[in-house]
Write a protein that binds this ligand. Structure first.
Ligand code: ZN
Length: 85
């Protein structure tokens, strides 16, 4: 436990946790793209709705197409060297 005199930065434990090993196989790397790619999709849809003649009502299928493509890529990605936690 931390002594009263210890100065620890916020989130230092999370960064320096050596027990938390991240798997770097292709399957896990592709699955890590899901969150960022959905945020980019949301931004791209709102941008397109603002500056093109297509509205959100026309572009909503991208919310299914983009994760579908990513899940397809994930299923084809190699699991060689996968680390199970
Ligand atoms: Zn993995």
């Amino acid at each position: 436990m931390a002594a009263p005199g210890d100065k620890k930065l916020l989130g230092e434990n999370a960064v320096a946790d050596t027990n938390k090993i991240r798997c770097s196989c292709a399957h896990c790397r592709v699955s890590c793209l899901m969150g960022p790619l959905m945020l980019i999709t949301v931004g791209a849809i709102f941008l397109a709705a603002q500056y093109t003649r297509y509205g959100i009502g026309d572009l909503w299928p991208l919310f299914m197409i983009v994760p579908g493509i990513l899940l397809l890529a994930q299923s084809f990605a190699s699991r060689e060297g996968h680390i199970t936690r």
